[in-house]
Ligand binder design. Structure first.
Ligand code: NAD
Length: 371
């Protein structure tokens, strides 16, 4: 399975995935809910997302949603994961009762508040029950580790202890049951789409697992749920906009502030940049050297780098700054279910995009290119 994790030499903790998920919800606000750039939070106010999985990547979902005023209900089978996120401030409430979760969500939204609820339950059961009750979230997705039917997705009806044992003693049964549950969850997502929800797959191969269970004949139906990259991020990549990151090598948060201020004032034509920087300053904890992930576009990256050089030269910054391009950026990954799904020229499975990309980067002066 093609992972999307940054190499250790450019790993900046949780911020990378937080920024990516934030951009994703922002793109949905513009694409599906008519938001003008910079006004995404207004279009998402009062809305909610139904999702699942509070693991390493999935735990960014409620935080990114909250940054945009989007409430969330996230199903997670492992209570320890939800409690950990609650303690870190990423959730407002953890419960194992669907009724309480829905009532709290409703009360907050009708009171004009944004809320992040963690529900200790199996996503397959929760999604099916929400659909059965005719409750329609504005957005529905999932970030369990569904790509791995043996270790990544708890089948419905299993408890955690039995799952951990059975996947060693009877792995094919676990895989079969996981795919059946994923298929049930995808079925519920399709019913919610029918009822008006916006659905997408968030890079975890959910649809392929469902198709393996249902059979190839179901592919057209399942594929009504688009992948996040094709539907929301590639249109940004096509404009050269993608995750760009900088690290203050001095280790000084004063330098971080100078760089944040620079990003805020340099791009008045794209108010969404200043908005992200303001939110990141407030919500993103520092992990390691002071760093920022910020989605800048063609021309903007160069402008930012040149302005940074000037600030190093005039002493406003106390040390040089490292720039790096994120692994999630355009042409950085070939995967017919992620990076290159639904290419207009049919080249979904052609594997040389990252190689061409790497050659181009090397030829245009990057110091370090990892393929
Ligand atoms: P993880 O293993 O850390 O977390 C998965 C979580 O799902 C766990 O907490 C697990 O308890 C929970 N879970 C499993 N089955 C469940 C069920 N039936 N109902 C509810 N909760 C359940 O994985 P991760 O690092 O958070 O990654 C999640 C997925 O996202 C992976 O498939 C990964 O490949 C994908 N991913 C996508 C992107 C992206 O850019 N969209 C980036 C990185 C990873």
């Amino acid at each position: 399975w093609g992972g999307l994790t940054a190499g250790a030499w450019q790993y900046i903790g949780r911020q990378g995935v937080l920024a990516g998920t934030y951009e994703l919800f922002g793109a949905i606000a513009r694409t599906d809910f008519g938001a003008a750039p910079g006004e995404e939070a207004g279009a998402l106010a009062g809305r909610w997302v139904l999702t699942a999985g509070l693991g390493g990547m999935g735990s960014s979902q409620p935080i990114s949603a909250r940054m945009l005023g989007l409430s969330s209900l996230t199903a997670e089978v492992d209570a320890a994961k939800a409690e950990r996120l609650l303690a870190a401030g990423g959730l407002d409430l953890v419960t194992d009762a669907l009724d309480q979760a829905l009532a709290t969500l409703d009360a907050a939204r009708s009171g004009g508040r944004t809320i992040a609820v963690g529900l200790i339950a199996n996503a397959a059961d929760v999604f099916a029950e929400v659909a059965r009750r005719g409750i329609v979230p504005d957005i529905v997705t999932d970030q369990t580790a569904a790509h791995d039917a043996r270790y990544g997705y708890l089948p419905s009806g299993y408890d955690l202890a039995a799952w951990r044992e059975l996947r060693e003693t009877d792995p094919s049964r676990v895989e079969r049951d996981a795919r059946a549950s994923i298929a049930a969850q995808v079925g519920a997502m399709l019913a919610l789409v029918e009822a008006g929800a916006v659905a997408f797959e968030n890079g975890n191969n959910l649809r392929v697992q469902a198709i393996e269970h249902f059979g190839e004949a179901a592919a057209a139906d399942v594929n009504r749920i688009p992948g996040f990259m094709e539907a929301y991020l590639r249109p940004l990549f096509a404009r050269g906009i993608g995750p760009f990151r900088w690290v203050a090598l001095s280790g000084s948060t004063d330098d971080q502030d100078v760089l944040d201020d620079l990003a805020v004032r340099l791009f008045p034509g794209r108010p969404e940049i200043a908005r992200w920087i303001g939110l990141a300053r407030e919500h993103v904890p520092q992990q390691g050297l002071p760093a920022r992930s910020c989605w800048l576009g063609h021309g903007e990256r160069s402008a930012f780098a040149v302005a940074t050089n000037e600030l190093v030269a005039d002493g406003s910054l106390s040390a040089p700054v490292l720039f790096s391009r994120d692994h999630l950026d355009s042409a950085a990954m070939t995967h017919p279910r992620i990076g290159t799904e639904g290419m207009r020229d049919g080249s979904d499975g052609v594997s040389d995009f990252p190689l061409l990309d790497g050659l181009l980067l090397a030829a245009t002066g990057a110091d370090l290119v990892a393929i």
